[in-house]
Design a protein around this ligand. Structure first.
Ligand code: AMP
Ligand code: MG
Length: 347
């Protein structure tokens, strides 16, 4: 694995352009803003995962994101702002409920869907008449947006389909030679992407679970969870959130979610111990297991990094003890079943 000393300026050789990793500082913020103002793309840390950023209002810049990631063009991007005023030109209206949620959860890992104005290019919204907006809490992301003075589209900075990046090294693995600059802000504190919600008849409808949980949102209004959160949409099904229909977050290794807790998971491992497999357990189960974290907040921080290390270690199969589906656990479960291509071991 590539190892970068902290706080040093690095120059990496690459296929066609030099991908530099710079620590978060005034110099890197200025450099990132210059690249973005000239229609380029850069990777930035956020509290959820690292983002691949471009001017959300510049059609060509946004196109470069889709190209670098290999992302399907009907999968819309989230538009990131650094202060509340920035949302106003982007959306047709801000419902009262959205205002209240913004007051409580912004800056933070909550994305809300609004009617979009013509200021937002169709490519950014994947051709939809709505736009997803979020205000990240991460200082580096906020500083770059502020310096640019325009909102940034910033999907996860991984190749489409692969586990999302939660460190600058992960971004480098996927984007080396494709982008000029990665700002290194250390490990992401949340570790999974933002909660995405839309509003339906005064209800909060969760399209993708994340760091702002259903339980937290239910203090503001009735909460519904979209059925695509826990299940695989049929190939012909129209989904409210296009991102939910794709296989996602997947390492090369074959992932299985195992619905067996504690001793039953230990027994399950004993039956599979001859395989070239990793067993991610919900706690320190001793030799033969990798501690994935007892609580969902830790599981979220570790999930994508562990899936990436499985590939680095040429592991063929990863069995994961199923997380709870409450609180932050729902976000972990949602990412895991997609990483597993919906393969769940029950019996
Ligand atoms: P990512 O950028 O990889 O974090 O993915 C963004 C997620 O937000 C995807 O699941 C998208 O489908 C979803 N999303 C973005 N914009 C919209 C929108 N206008 N309506 C519904 N879902 C959206
Ligand atoms: Mg993504």
């Amino acid at each position: 694995m590539l190892d970068f000393p902290a706080n040093s300026f690095k120059v990496m050789s690459s296929n066609n352009l030099q991908t530099r990793i710079m620590p978060f500082c005034e110099e890197s913020v200025c450099e990132a803003a210059d690249i973005l103002k000239n229609g380029g793309i850069v990777a930035l840390p956020t509290e959820t995962v690292y983002g691949l950023a471009a001017n959300a209002l510049d059609e060509n810049a946004v196109k470069s994101i889709f190209t670098a990631k290999g992302r399907p063009q009907d999968n819309p991007l989230i538009v990131h702002i650094s202060n509340f005023e920035m949302i106003k030109p982007l959306v047709t209206e801000i419902p009262e409920l959205a205002r209240r949620l913004a007051e409580k959860f912004w800056a933070g890992p909550l994305t809300m869907i609004f009617g979009k104005t013509s200021v937002v290019p169709d490519i950014t919204s994947g051709g939809l008449s709505t736009v997803a907006v979020r205000m990240p809490a991460n200082d580096a992301a906020r500083a770059v947006i502020e310096k640019c003075g325009f909102p940034l589209a910033a999907p996860s900075a991984n190749l489409s389909g692969k586990p999302s990046p939660t460190s600058a090294q992960h971004v480098f693995e996927d984007m080396n030679g494709k982008i000029p600059l990665i700002i290194d802000g250390g490990e992401c504190s949340v570790g999974v992407e933002s909660t995405v919600v839309c509003f339906r008849e005064d209800k909060i409808h969760i399209l993708r679970p994340g760091g702002i949980t259903a339980e937290m949102l239910s203090k503001f209004a009735e909460v519904e969870i979209d059925k695509a959160v826990e299940t695989a949409p049929r190939p012909d099904e129209r989904v409210l959130s296009p991102g939910m229909k794709y296989k996602h977050y997947s390492p090369k290794a074959n992932v299985f979610v195992v619905n067996k807790r504690a001793d039953l998971f230990r027994k399950f491992r004993a039956m599979h111990e001859d395989e070239n497999a990793w067993f991610l357990s919900r706690g320190d189960y001793g030799e033969g297991f990798i501690d994935f974290g007892e609580i969902a907040e830790i599981q979220a921080q570790r999930l994508f990094g562990l899936l990436r290390s499985a590939d680095e270690n040429n592991i063929e199969t990863v069995y994961v003890e199923a997380p709870d589906k409450s609180g932050m656990g729902l976000a972990v479960y949602n990412r895991l079943i997609r990483a597993a291509g919906f393969k769940v071991v029950d019996e």
